[in-house]
Design a protein around this ligand. Structure first.
Ligand SMILES: O=C(O)CCC(=O)C(=O)O
Ligand SMILES: [Fe+2]
Length: 352
């Protein structure tokens, strides 16, 4: 593979021909059997194949293993080429999964193989998009004006780490380690926003305060909103001291609930990360992989000329959230690879 560091922590990757054809051969081999899979058994099958394939794409595997430690690259943009997203059909205009639609598209094979190289476990939520595992991130007319909803188009999707409110600490965490955003279509190159905190620029008092457990993340609208809040206070900053981890959704801070010094700390951190924003306008065939502990993300508003048409040609991103540790997730599953946040709530409640 060829890699280039676009800026600190952000790497772009192009596969070499042998790597590309190793993936392609695997994809060709499995394509015809897709109709007999569910999303979960499809990913199980790719997991088996990935564990064998990794010897043939050693460099890619090593790179992803580095990311897996949460100590390597923070963002990787894999260019799988336009051929990897051929024949995908029109961009959906709503989340509804029709009867008989298994919600598996050919290109899902490539991303599924990539995550399988390092045994990342793809999963979904009962509370999101009717419990599918691969989420369609698309503009949806009904949500065009909904703040904090990834289906919106009018407003920026504020910086967040995914499912911050479902991360309540060790043993109580169903939030993803990594996000994998596979771009099926993005002709206008509507950008994803990424932000990596620069900890040297955060004041020590803010860092200290955000490391204490008093903050309640609000569940985002796509996960059912307030009715799925779990009500256990957390620290915004956690993990290693040298390169801390974050759980925060900056678009739902609920500042009224906190003391002035806490509000100040939240504002300082939010202002900082907003200043760190980098725009990545991924193109069809690219998979953007990023660390959901060390990187915040969002999406720019659609400009007037890029505004969605809802006619099958709009931006289409398929997201798979993954965990490096499947046992952390399995404990809360309602069905294979689909977690139920209410099971997490039950565990929290039992403890109180
Ligand atoms: O649409 C994007 O680029 C990012 C949306 C988002 O927040 C997500 O997929 O989790
Ligand atoms: Fe997100």
């Amino acid at each position: 593979m060829q890699s280039a560091e676009l800026r600190p922590g952000v790497v772009s990757i192009k596969l070499d021909e042998p790597e590309r054809s190793a993936l392609q051969n695997e994809a060709n081999d499995i394509r015809a059997s897709i109709p007999r899979f569910t999303e979960a058994t499809f990913l199980d099958e790719l997991r088996q194949r990935g564990l064998i394939l990794k010897a043939r794409v050693g460099q890619v595997t090593d790179f992803l293993e580095g990311m897996s430690t949460h100590g390597g690259a923070k963002v990787a943009i894999f260019d799988l080429g336009p051929d990897s997203v051929k024949n995908i059909g029109p961009t959906p205009t709503e989340y509804k999964i029709n009867e008989g639609n298994q919600n598996i598209y050919d290109p899902d094979i490539y991303r599924g193989l990539l995550v399988s190289l390092v045994d990342w476990y793809g999963y979904g939520y009962t509370t999101q998009q009717e419990g599918v595992i691969h989420n369609n991130i698309i503009p949806v007319e009904e949500y065009a004006d909904a703040i904090g909803h990834s289906g919106n188009a009018r407003y920026e999707l504020g910086l967040h780490v995914e499912d911050a409110s479902f991360n309540l600490g060790e043993g109580f965490d169903i939030s993803p380690d990594f996000l994998t955003l596979h771009f099926f279509r993005n002709d206008k190159r509507v950008p994803t926003i990424l932000a990596i905190p620069d900890w040297d620029q955060i004041s020590p008092s803010t860092r200290n305060l955000l490391s204490e457990k008093w903050f309640f993340n609000q569940t985002n609208t796509m996960q059912g909103g307030a009715r799925n809040n779990l009500g256990k206070p957390v620290s915004v900053i956690y993990g290693p001291n040298s390169d801390p981890w974050v759980r925060l959704n900056t678009s739902r801070l609920n500042l009224e609930a906190y003391e002035p010094d806490q509000v100040h700390a939240l504002n300082e951190f939010t202002d900082h990360v907003n200043g760190q924003r980098v725009l990545v306008g991924a193109k069809a065939g690219e998979v953007v992989v990023f660390d959901n502990r060390r990187v915040l993300h969002g999406r720019a508003p659609y400009s007037e000329e890029d505004y969605p048409k809802y006619d099958g040609t709009d931006r289409w991103q398929r997201r798979l959230t993954v965990s490096c540790d499947m046992s952390r997730i399995k404990e809360f599953e309602a069905s294979p690879r689909v977690v139920d946040p209410h099971k997490l709530l039950a565990k929290v409640t039992k403890l109180q």
